[in-house]
Design a protein around this ligand. Sequence first.
Ligand SMILES: Cc1cc2nc3c(=O)[nH]c(=O)nc-3n(C[C@H](O)[C@H](O)[C@H](O)COP(=O)(O)OP(=O)(O)OC[C@H]3O[C@@H](n4cnc5c(N)ncnc54)[C@H](O)[C@@H]3O)c2cc1C
Length: 405
Amino acid sequence: MCNVETIGLPASDNCLGCSACVAACARGALNLEQDERGFYRPAVDDGLCVGCGACSRACPVVGSPTSRHRPLKTMAAWDKDRGRRLAATSGGMFMLLADAFVRQGGWVCGAVMNEDMIVEHIVSNDIDVIAKMRGSKYVQSRIDAALSDCLDLLKRGERVLFSGTSCQVDAMRRLARGRLSANLMTVDVLCHGAPSPRVWGDYVSYREREAGSKAVSARFRKKDPSWTVFSLEMLFENGDRRSWCTVDDYYLRAFLGDYITQNACHSCPYTGTDRLSDITLADFWGYVSESRADRNTEDGISLVLVNSDAGMGLLKSVDGVHLIDKELGEAVKGNPPLRTVFPANGRSDEFWADYEKGGFDSVLDEYLGPRASSKKHQLSLWFNDHAYFFPGPLRRALVSARGGK
Ligand SMILES: Cc1cc2nc3c(=O)[nH]c(=O)nc-3n(C[C@H](O)[C@H](O)[C@H](O)COP(=O)(O)OP(=O)(O)OC[C@H]3O[C@@H](n4cnc5c(N)ncnc54)[C@H](O)[C@@H]3O)c2cc1C
């Protein structure tokens, strides 16, 4: 094995872990490994590498940039079916788009959590399998095999709807150039950073020890008590079902506290309103109900940015969706990744130094202790759901006095 920098790939600290390089190598000279913090990174077998440069050309960090577009339309949206909406992270738009795409004869690629509690991308045209892609898994997803599977499908003339974070979408787009791109539709989920699979694995083991049983599934953001409270629920082999939220959960606090995001995400090149996918999905944070019919924020609301005519065509083919036109500025105000990168926590170097010395248990009390949400934050959430009650000019004045999310 030799250092990937010698073949033109970025150093581990600058790598996004998107795996474009691995899927681009026709000789199988690159494999995915995990670095000491658990992030997915390429490793090169110098016995197989011929230095052709296909990997660095596919790399979003060192290759030439992919074209981006200002959104054609900004919308708030949700699935009219309450059960399906509650099963998703935001308003359930991903599943509605996937369903429409499969009905048109296509395949869908997205992230699932497998039975070993590892997050990975898979591709399928079976709606029951695709349903496992529903819901955010706040862990960096392993994606190398799925990229190759999508490429094979595109080469066979199949249509593929690829979903993932912006860097993963960029990887897919770079691999499917030229005629292959005609059958590729992309959806990016707005992302403020990919958290470490090592920390996730250690966290799962911690909860298993606590429960005295193996974890069989986990679900982030169960919307219990509400969409705006980040929660995590785990089911164990012995039938135990346990859940935590930002106030008392170590993993959520590590993720939302920006301790466990890979370094390259802190200078994410996809930040901003110019998007590279056909459709961008996110939480519509800061959504304000303008009428009684448009309230009910607690079940979750998707932000939908339609970035291309193809994306608009797919959205129009979706059944059972509640759509509300919005201004891009409103979305930007509530959603930081549309305007700025998330810096690492000021104590993240200390955190990792302690983690490497003492493991997961050693950082819990010092960095990840419980913290309740502020009264101001709770009041702001109440206002979002009841804003329609205030007359228009007062509502607008209150929104602007409040500022962002
Ligand atoms: C790591 C991460 C960070 C995020 N950060 C933000 C944020 O800061 N602000 C914001 O508004 N939204 C963020 N999101 C997106 C948000 O959580 C929802 O995924 C999005 O709003 C879509 O919700 P939905 O209800 O339409 O569909 P859902 O059914 O909830 O979404 C499923 C989609 O998410 C994809 N997905 C799930 N887990 C992963 C993963 N680990 N890696 C790649 N893709 C994944 C699936 O492939 C599928 O496309 C983030 C998502 C992830 C995975």
